[in-house]
Design a binder for this molecule. Structure first.
Ligand SMILES: C[S@@+](CC[C@H](N)C(=O)[O-])C[C@H]1O[C@@H](n2cnc3c(N)ncnc32)[C@H](O)[C@@H]1O
Length: 642
């Protein structure tokens, strides 16, 4: 057994910690688990750790607890609490970005991790602080610390470094991790004073969302849990929604609540650094937290990491904020945008003020030219939702039948009705009962007999731009299935949720039903004759609107976003008004009809017609020659990389 394990056992540290965190020492399972992890420590040669660390081998992770914990606790169990650990280079990057560095007055500043787990962030922060305190205690760096100096250093850490975690086991592991980091200091003290009472660190076992904070902090860092509202049990959701927070509304995610609380407990001028999902950037459900951030902080940095961690399989960003009450300072702020942890040429800046103009979307990958084009489109043309609100028009948008495109349904014997086959577990979403896989049925079929003609209607199975590729049939009248208003399926535009070659994929269809992953868009009433379904189909399939959608909703990924209804609604739509514009619209309508016929047969002709169509649409939206070239190149590159 190593010295460190002896130290923990002799001093009864583990059993004291178990008592402190309310774990029954007789709870064999937890007890064994903690002891197993601590015993494992003896296998780790601490010299090796420090050696590697000095060599700055970032692939080595100092947070031994995290490693052991991940090894021992099954993935499914950790997922429930969002327990995934942060690679050391990310932790160090965040600490540096918030200014937790030697040069700052960190010995007099407070740092907290609101979801500290086994302490990845805290032990690295302790290391930075230790470095500074040690230098202050022994400026020449050669003399040993006195026991008084070692005690002073430990008390500084107790006062300045705090963590919270809902899991008592994580809290114990975090404490042990801190003891491990400070072992050499304890040794100095204990050598002189055998009766020295080993203190506990400020690691609080509470639900951060419900914790009553009495302190303010200079730094809030961490990797908060990512838990979408649907994964939160109903009972817990009710508690969360009653909390005195601003962003616990709608379809929230845990991590946004941790951002709000983090900002709340910061001192003015204090900094927050988190690694969080990139959904923060533009997802409409996260708008509420983006507004909050925009109005309370200077956004110092957004570093786009993308996919890269083993778990969870989420595309991430690092977000660094500074609490800033002065509006002018916030608006004049320039946000550093990075595409990797390294300092390289991909760095750029974004004005915080621009985010306000983009309806609080954090569009982090735009060039000045993109910004100008988007501004021109956003300020010069109504959005589809503006037109839908105008009483002279009647326009409907709806998803198709609430069912996958294969039409698979299952019967719930408890509820006595059919429902769409759920993804994952075979459980009824309404009553929670177990579903029998023998009762899976399919109501979408390839063909139908004469006798069943009345029971079935055509169904759009797949589509390409301008054309329906494949029809099937869907059975009507199956109880429990939400078919939507049948009217929506007559003479309408259909739009795939997924792009085709990195572009919007829309076609015209007369009367077939669609699945939930295809939208139906229909103009029922319009005062402008030329503003009809063919004209709108031309706009949707144009380079310009695909460019707009990508830049407005997923510029940070450079890939086409999944089209959600609210994105469709926010497209800028030109209503032809003058005679000249109506003339252009009529040409667009003719071209759309021609393309719809020819694109099945002749590739070259299709390209030629599409180019003419794009050119007319650029005219209608007043896009300059230089901008056209830029947009078309962007679309071309996107098609190739698709
Ligand atoms: C993604 S892990 C991060 C762990 C650690 N910060 C790291 O980077 O290695 C998230 C942590 O949040 C904790 N957690 C989940 N819900 C919490 C809550 N409501 N309050 C406090 N901690 C919570 C989990 O127990 C888990 O340790």
């Amino acid at each position: 057994m190593s010295d460190f394990t002896d130290f923990l056992i002799e001093r009864g540290i583990i059993s004291n910690l178990m008592k402190r965190y309310g774990i029954n020492v007789r709870d064999n399972e937890v007890n064994d688990f903690i002891h197993k992890i601590v015993e494992n420590l003896s296998e780790i040669d601490s010299k090796e750790i420090y050696h590697k660390e000095k060599g700055d081998d970032h692939s080595f992770e100092l947070d031994i607890m995290a490693k052991l914990y991940e090894k021992d606790v099954p993935h499914s169990q950790r997922k429930i609490m969002g327990e995934f650990f942060t690679p050391i280079q990310i932790v160090d990057y965040i600490l540096k970005s918030v200014g937790y560095i030697d040069q700052q007055d960190i010995e007099n500043r407070k740092l907290i991790d609101l979801s500290c787990g086994s302490g990845s962030f805290l032990i690295r922060a302790v290391k930075v602080l230790l470095g500074k305190l040690r230098k202050q205690a022994t400026p020449k760096g050669n003399s040993e610390l006195t026991p008084e100096q070692a005690q002073m250093i430990i008390s500084k850490i107790i006062v300045n470094i705090s963590g919270i975690d809902i899991s008592p086991v994580a809290c114990i592991l975090c404490q042990v991790n801190l003891y491990f980091s400070l072992f050499e200091f304890f040794k100095i003290i204990v050598k002189e004073n055998k009766d020295y009472l080993i203190p506990e660190f400020n690691i609080i076992n509470k639900d951060t969302l419900q914790y009553n904070f009495t302190n303010k902090y200079n730094y809030v860092v961490g990797n908060p849990p990512y838990l979408f509202i649907r994964a939160i049990p109903q009972k817990h959701r009710k508690i969360i929604e009653k909390l005195p927070l601003k962003t616990n509304k709608g379809q929230y995610d845990y991590y946004q609540l941790f951002i709000e609380i983090g900002i709340k407990i910061l001192e003015e001028g204090g900094a927050l650094g988190y690694i969080i999902p990139d959904s923060l950037l533009v997802l409409s459900n996260r708008k509420i937290i983006r507004i909050h951030i925009y109005h309370l902080t200077r956004i110092k940095e957004i570093c786009y990491l993308g996919l890269g961690f083993k778990e969870p399989v989420v595309s991430n960003i690092i977000l660094v904020l500074q609490k800033e009450p002065r509006e002018k300072e916030r608006l004049n702020n320039k946000i550093l945008i990075k595409q990797s942890l390294k300092n390289d040429r991909s760095e750029s800046y974004l004005k915080q003020h621009d985010i306000g103009k983009w309806d609080y979307n954090f569009l982090i990958n735009l060039t000045q030219r993109d910004i100008n084009i988007l501004e021109q489109l956003n300020s010069g043309f109504p959005k589809l939702f503006d037109i839908m609100k105008d009483s002279r028009f009647r326009i409907l948008i709806s998803r198709g039948v609430e069912l996958g495109k294969e039409g698979e349904i299952i019967y719930c014997e408890v509820c006595g009705k059919n429902l769409p086959l759920p993804k994952g577990n075979l459980e009824c979403p309404e009553c929670g009962s177990f579903l029998n896989s023998n009762s899976v049925d399919k109501i979408v079929v390839d063909g139908i007999s004469k006798e069943s003609e009345n029971a079935y209607v055509p169904f759009v199975y797949s589509l390409n731009r301008y054309v329906i590729r494949n029809y099937k049939y869907i059975k009507l009248g199956v109880e429990g299935i939400n078919y939507k208003n049948h009217e929506i399926y007559k003479s309408k535009i259909v739009i795939r949720q997924l792009s085709q070659e990195n572009m919007i994929c829309a076609a015209y269809d007369e009367n077939a039903f669609t699945s939930q992953s295809i939208y139906n868009l229909k103009i029922i009433q319009t005062p402008v004759l030329e503003f009809n379904q063919y004209y709108l189909l031309g706009l949707l399939n144009s380079h310009l609107l695909s460019y707009y959608l990508i830049k407005s909703f997923s510029s940070y990924k450079r890939l086409f976003p999944r089209i959600l209804i609210e994105k469709l609604r926010s497209l800028p739509v030109k209503i032809p008004e003058s005679n000249e514009e109506k003339g252009l619209a009529n040409k667009i309508i003719d071209l759309v009809k021609k393309i719809s016929i020819s694109c099945k047969k002749d590739d070259n002709l299709y390209i030629k017609l599409q180019n003419s169509l794009d050119s007319l649409i650029f005219d209608l939206y007043n896009i300059s020659e230089e901008q056209r070239l830029y947009i078309s190149n962007f679309i071309k590159v996107g098609k190739k990389s698709n």
